[in-house]
Design a protein around this ligand. Sequence first.
Ligand SMILES: [Zn+2]
Length: 161
Amino acid sequence: MRRGQLAPLVALLGLLTACRGGRTVPIRVLGLPEKQDSDERLIAEAFAILDLDYEHSVRSRGTIHISLIDLNFEVDAPGTSVGQTLLERRCSKALVAQRDPIYVAHEVGHVLGLGHVCESSDCGPEDDGNLMHGGNAAGTELTEGQFDDLDKGSRKLNRCR
Ligand SMILES: [Zn+2]
């Protein structure tokens, strides 16, 4: 292939990369009516970490069902999970998470296909900043590969509509 023939391909790849984050994820948030405004801000923060757009949906299929809870696990139940993936099927996804954008983003990452970058025993300092840390969820960073997987996961979910 000659150099000139590659140009359209390179342009297309650039366009595809630029489109990352434009994928809209349908969600349904189960919270408390009096917390609706703060929950909306929390969800917006969580999806900003994931570099994904979202829209509220009343559909059951093809929607991520997000239950927000107020338990403070660090205080009330130390050592237990701050969030949990409840259902992770192709078109049926549900999770529960403590009201914290990082925990919500972490669990949404799981239901869209991301695994942990490490588990507590084998986590090194290089893993500390990653959102998908398996020990302590405190980071907000994602690798290019993880962003690509999120994009794939959200595209799959959108095909359920
Ligand atoms: Zn996890």
